[in-house]
Design a protein around this ligand. Sequence first.
Ligand SMILES: [Zn+2]
Length: 676
Amino acid sequence: MSQFKRSLVTTALPYANGPVHIGHLAGVYVPADIYVRYLRAKGREVVFIGGSDEHGVPITIKAQKEGVTPQDIVDRYHNLIKKSFEEFGISFDIYSRTSSKTHHELSSAFFEKLYKEGKFIEKTSMQYYDEKAGQFLADRYIVGKCPHCGNERAYGDQCEACGTSLNATDLINPVSAITGNTPQLKETKHWYLPLDQYEGWLKEWILEGHKEWKSNVYGQCKSWLDNGLQPRAVTRDLDWGVPVPIEGVKGKVLYVWFDAPIGYISATKDLTPDWEKYWKDKDTRMIHFIGKDNIVFHCIIFPAMLKAEGSYILPDNVPANEFLNLEGDKISTSRNWAVWLHEYLEDFKGKQDVLRYVLTANAPETKDNDFTWKDFQTRNNSELVAIYGNFVNRALVLTHKYFEGKVPKAGELAPYDKEVLAEIPCIIERVEKNLESFHFREALKECMNLARLGNKYLADTEPWKLIKTDEERVKTILNICLQITADLAILSEPFMPFSAKKLRGYLNKDSLNWDEMGADVLPEGHQLNEAGLLFDKIEDEEIQRQLDRLQATKKANEMNNVKVAPAKPNISFEDFQKLDIRAGKIMAAEKVAKTKKLMKLTIDTGIDQRVVVSGIAEYYTPEEIIGKRVSILVNLEPRNLKGIESQGMILMVEDADGSLAFVAPEKEVKAGSEIR
Ligand SMILES: [Zn+2]
């Protein structure tokens, strides 16, 4: 990569209609941050660009649902996302947003240039229009049945059930998401980027020119290109977004996927007046970190836009990741099935590195992967605490104990010492090689191998035993351990910057340079600071709390999915009047022997005291219901249940999960009062 002078690293713009979750982090932001921190540590020139994607239909729909403006929605989530990225240590040089003035101007100018140069085709087509709402139904404003999988809630641009990209006119029985009305087709004009005209160039550029791209990325591009590209509309009939900058055109904005990637450029422009050197100089290497759902936009559509514009560089690599699942289930914002970053930061204060570590160790680099809380706990307790933390802590504590916290002088090296020291440059080289080629899991594994090496060295040499007989030897051992510790503080920084900083504090070294690794970083006699624990054990209760929360989410989702029973046929008022329902009170209650569900209740009906057998024993104990108000149907034909005559029926409501609750007067009333 040495032909490049500098790097421009971009991360997919998170969509500002919800918070960021672990799937986003594992797929995009953690690997990008590791990569950028590594480049910086190596002294290479790099800018790290991020920002919120604030246009598009999901935002206007959410705003309409909540009765607020789209700007309210994007302000809320942009600020939340920005703050949680900061706390999590994602070290953007700028985190911008597409509702900014710079972005509106730049994306507008970008479109205008292409328009004036005749790079678009104008097409009039029939689009769905909601008469009642008075607007065209772009993308998610229209729902209907997916022609591929039959999902009833497919959107006008995509079916989330089968992942197929759709046109609104493909949907079966389409309805407006705003009014629920059946929309009409109406003529409208739009501008299209003729991707078919770029097909030959894209084939050459990607399929011939970028064989080094990750196989999942290359494969997806190849499949798109093999299937043939179609012109793609880059405008929409909407009022939220960047207005189409053509004279006389009203009520149309740039398609969100046209303006969003231009957001990388406008963010760079917001960062520095010198932005053009990052975007227009062939010596800049541009790298897009994204998830697999964005491959087509970053490898085909955006490059075609840049090529059409003509003055910008193209991405050199797009190391897209696959998806991370959560506890065996697909992460979903709408089903609330996620670990949200802002909640994690709240629940696990000061433990940013644990999540960074787990998401990297388990990164979905080549296939979808699963995040489980149990694995999170295990990796923390048996890797970070037991290996990394344990080694560092022992090295520091022993130095304080034996040598007043001063780095002891290394004497003559034993063969084993030399062997261990010789391993360090090999580990560093493997970490670098893996980072350069976007193999972050492997790089982290190698980084931990340095901690393993130190931990084993300490366990093998046992200085705590030797101290009584051979202090000189202990000096050498601890000197080596401390040098490894300093190397770890440098090598682990891209992955776990918070712990690395803590460790530099313990070592009393404000700054450590990447190039110093493997050499004697700490001079003899250097005074160390008091050492604390680098990582804490995570207890079962903390994990259980997270699992309980997910369980509650699962239950809530199940409840949402339960369909309410259809209405029964009408009855006459006379029919209703035949029911004699009274307010009553439970005087006595006992479980019916040898049954699971039945309870024998004695009810004061105001008319009499009578026995009713009710199927509530799974939900209530006799003790808790004695004295409770009830509604009782008193003129129901008596029935024999398990040898007991039941004289009436207690009214209960059955919840979606099958549990029962009493339907009773909300205040104390005289027993026998009629319910009607
Ligand atoms: Zn489908």
